[in-house]
Design a protein around this ligand. Structure first.
Ligand SMILES: Cc1cc2nc3c(=O)[nH]c(=O)nc-3n(C[C@H](O)[C@H](O)[C@H](O)COP(=O)(O)OP(=O)(O)OC[C@H]3O[C@@H](n4cnc5c(N)ncnc54)[C@H](O)[C@@H]3O)c2cc1C
Length: 322
């Protein structure tokens, strides 16, 4: 593969252990990774990879991703979380709202929430304990406390599969509950995001207190020390009405504590699968399969979709269950 020429756009590394790139600490060897030097390098990298027909996929913080035991045959564009630099943060006030333009997708979510807090903006307080990048969070319209980051996104600046630049309004992306239809279906890469905020000019101390209370509540509810990728299944609103959130359903089904190899359904929270030390991706996939089988017995023809994505050795990013 003619990979070396990509070196002018980012830091190239070879034979990377996949388990270092996922919060689950699972995954085989990845042939190549490239960490772009600047956001503008990302579309150039995609163009070269597309023109040469080299398989590629994207990993950001790895907090919502299971990596195959076989790793990946190709190039991973690695957008590891970074702090927002002062000169990347510009607020523009209009009559009714406040905009933050062109925030790079690799911005670390808790760091962004903190920056906003310092500037008196409260809209993304709910994200303060979510690991990963804003690009990764926006890719699935995630959030917490029944809120989603998409409510504050005005526009996405993206690259399509061939590296062409596009600007898309949040509306045309078809953002839904834990879904970003257009971007996901067309395998687009989020380069940066224009945010619009409605709760601003507030005392930082007030926002800080709300954050601390959210963090304290998360510490109580979620397992913290054993490697995991957060909630495995999405909390579908219709199923929630009838049966409750996936964690409760898993608990009601008596599945908490179920183990395959070194992967275990958390005793603390049913929607978390833990790597108890040396778990394989196949262990985690088997547990997901077992949960799905129990779901279909109890929920009829409906099921919860998985929230976490899977990096397949040759197919790239795929859904685990839909
Ligand atoms: C302990 C814990 C708690 C969590 N709590 C929550 C929570 O409360 N709410 C919540 O919503 N999530 C939660 N998560 C899941 C996760 O943190 C978020 O979904 C997260 O922001 C994903 O970002 P990432 O950068 O880690 O993405 P990754 O895991 O690296 O990638 C996830 C997917 O997004 C794609 N992707 C990433 N960046 C981009 C981009 N720039 N353009 C296009 N595609 C991209 C990847 O290709 C992959 O398919 C939690 C995870 C953990 C480990």
């Amino acid at each position: 593969m003619m990979i070396d020429e990509l070196g002018k756009y980012g830091q190239l590394s070879r034979n990377i252990p996949g388990h270092t790139l996922s919060y689950w600490q699972v995954g085989g060897t990845i042939d190549w990774t490239i960490e772009p030097f600047k956001p503008q390098d990302i579309p150039e990298i995609i163009k070269v990879l597309d023109q040469k027909g080299i398989p590629w996929a994207l990993i950001a913080g790895g907090s919502n991703l299971l990596i195959s035991d076989q790793g990946f045959r190709g190039v991973i564009i690695l957008l590891s979380p970074r702090w927002l630099k002062d000169d990347e943060f510009q607020l523009v006030k209009t009559e009714s709202s406040l905009w933050a333009l062109n925030i790079p997708s690799w911005t670390w979510v808790p760091g962004f929430a903190l920056t906003l807090m310092k500037h008196g903006v409260a809209d993304l307080v709910h994200t303060c304990g979510i690991p990963g990048t804003i690009g990764g969070l926006a890719y699935m319209n995630g959030g917490s406390n029944r809120k989603a980051i998409g409510s504050n996104i005005a526009q996405f600046h993206v690259a399509d599969e061939k590296g062409n630049l596009l600007t898309l309004s949040a509306k045309e992306c078809g953002l839904g509950y834990r879904k970003n239809e257009l971007i996901e279906t067309n395998r687009m890469t989020i380069l940066s995001i224009d945010f619009e905020f409605y709760h601003f000019d507030l005392p930082s101390q007030e926002i800080r207190e709300e954050m601390l209370s959210i963090l304290a509540s998360r510490r109580k509810r979620f397992p913290r020390k054993t490697p995991n990728c957060g909630s495995v299944f999405k909390s579908d609103p219709a199923l929630y009405e009838k049966f409750g959130p996936p964690g409760k359903v898993i608990e009601d089904l008596g599945l908490k504590g179920l183990k395959v190899g070194q992967a275990e359904i958390s005793q603390h929270h049913g929607n978390f699968i833990l790597n108890k030390g040396g778990a394989k991706a196949t262990d985690i996939l088997s547990l997901i399969e077992l949960i799905n089988q129990s779901f279909s017995k109890h929920l009829g023809d409906k099921t919860f979709e998985t929230e976490v994505k899977f990096l397949h050795e040759t197919e790239g990013i795929v859904e685990i269950s839909k």
